[in-house]
Design a protein around this ligand. Structure first.
Ligand code: GLU
Length: 295
């Protein structure tokens, strides 16, 4: 039997905020309530967005909130060779192709759910005189269904909704969609609990698992926290600073948002007590099945 494992995969583009604490706590509790491993991965591939000191701040904050991970931290920046091998494999097996289109040219197709659908220009081979810029994954017309443990059934037809998508960007960086599945597979992650802003990425990730003939993990997408203007909480949109002097109270607040109905006495309890109660009483079914919650 495959051991159960969950993970939290923050990008070190800023410190932990209430929205990312919510995702960390939800994935931690879902793993720990099942006696599973809980891993930490740092998504530091997109180097222009990496902020010096952010990784340290995230790790310290997780420890402060009692969310202690198993094993070594996996950094995407240490996995570049594995990504290169996987891209070669996908190209050799007819799942991916070199694309010479500029961003403008790639936008000449119909409109999908996240923007233009790639028109297919380089799918059959690079046109004469074109240099490879990016690498794209070939999608098909199957309906991809995610049976999400929080949001319910979510479907996409990748050819119509997304199009052949980039797995290596023109700047040479492996795209998130591919890196995340290679890393989740490497760490033996069997259940991915993360923010609902990534639900629309999941059919692409399932298609990649299929190409490698690997079983995808189970998924649960937690509501993300947005401000009154509908913006995702984050550094750039005025994230609330975590009040580090009252970590138990912040965890309590997250548990309320996650629908767990913690006893009010926990507002002043220690991190250890809140987490012990939350692990014993955790129920993913009680998490609101909405994509967003306004704070
Ligand atoms: N690094 C991504 C983020 O911070 C999350 C990736 C994932 O959970 O798959 O939004």
């Amino acid at each position: 039997m495959v051991a159960l494992a969950g993970r939290f995969a923050p990008s070190p583009s800023g410190p932990l905020h209430l929205g990312s604490l919510l995702a960390a706590l939800g994935s931690y509790l879902q793993a720990r309530a099942q006696g599973a491993q809980w891993y930490l991965r740092i998504d530091d591939l997109d180097t222009p967005r990496v902020q010096p000191g952010a990784e340290r701040a995230i790790l310290d904050a997780l420890v402060h909130f009692g969310l202690v991970w198993d094993g070594p931290v996996l950094r995407q920046s240490s996995r570049r060779e594995a990504y290169r091998r996987a891209i070669r494999w996908l190209k050799r097996h007819g799942h991916a192709f070199d694309c010479g289109c500029t961003r403008r040219e790639a936008q000449d197709g119909t409109h999908g759910i996240e923007g233009p659908v790639y028109p297919g220009t380089c799918r059959g081979g690079l046109p004469d005189g074109r240099e490879p810029r990016s690498v794209r994954f070939i999608v098909d017309s199957r309906v991809r269904a995610v049976n999400d443990h929080v949001q319910g059934v979510y479907t996409q037809r990748l050819d119509r909704d997304i199009g052949d998508f980039v797995i290596r960007r023109a700047d040479g960086i492996t795209a998130y969609q591919l890196a995340t599945i290679l890393d989740d597979h490497e760490q033996g992650v069997s259940e991915v609990i993360r923010g609902a802003d990534l639900l629309s990425s999941t059919p692409r990730q399932i298609a990649l698992y299929d190409a490698f003939d690997w079983a995808p993990p189970a998924y649960g997408h937690l509501p993300i926290l947005v401000d009154a203007g509908g913006e995702k909480l984050g550094k750039s949109t005025g994230a609330l600073a975590l009040e580090s002097h009252a970590p138990g109270a912040q965890l309590y607040r997250c548990l309320v948002l996650l629908g767990q109905d913690p006893p009010p006495a926990f507002q002043t309890a220690s991190v250890a007590r809140v987490l012990a109660w939350a692990t014993d009483n955790w129920s993913l079914e009680r998490v609101p099945a909405t994509a967003q919650m306004t704070l």
